[in-house]
Design a protein. Structure first.
Length: 137
């Protein structure tokens, strides 16, 4: 799979699930459920400050340039799985960045009860980077 296709597909999934959570009424909290849907708008001080947002954009652009360099030089991301992982991580990181630039917050909604509330992008960033850089032999 092409790195850009993976990024776009996971970005669409991320933005679609966040839209779904934002547009539906808040569900009743189930006390004994393993996974609950609970919308939380995560706001950090960097999201509100122009310099903080600029730093986040610069960080994402640096990550993109590094991925391009790894692909171009043959130094990394040479397997289909690695390219899929890198594309997924870059795509959903762009989704969170888009939310920060547009809303000054990130919509989180997956609540395990014992871990901070998170979203699809958080899962895909971690899983994508693991696929991109951990040897799978």
């Amino acid at each position: 799979m092409d790195i850009s296709i993976a990024g776009v597909l996971v970005l669409a999934l991320d933005q679609g699930t966040k839209w779904w959570v934002r547009t539906r009424p808040s569900p009743s909290v189930q006390r004994h459920a393993i996974v609950r849907i609970r919308r939380v708008n995560t706001v950090r001080s960097a999201f509100r400050q122009r310099s903080g947002r600029a730093s986040l954009v610069a960080g994402w652009l640096i990550a993109l340039l590094c991925a391009i360099a790894l692909l171009g030089t043959g130094a990394g991301l040479q397997t289909d799985i690695a390219r899929l992982g890198a594309g997924a991580a870059l795509g959903v990181a762009a989704g969170n960045l888009f939310d920060i630039l547009r809303r000054r917050s990130v919509t989180d909604f997956i609540d395990l009860g014992w871990w901070p509330v998170f979203n699809i992008a958080d899962v895909a960033i971690v899983a994508g980077l693991a696929l991109a850089f951990l040897p799978l032999t």
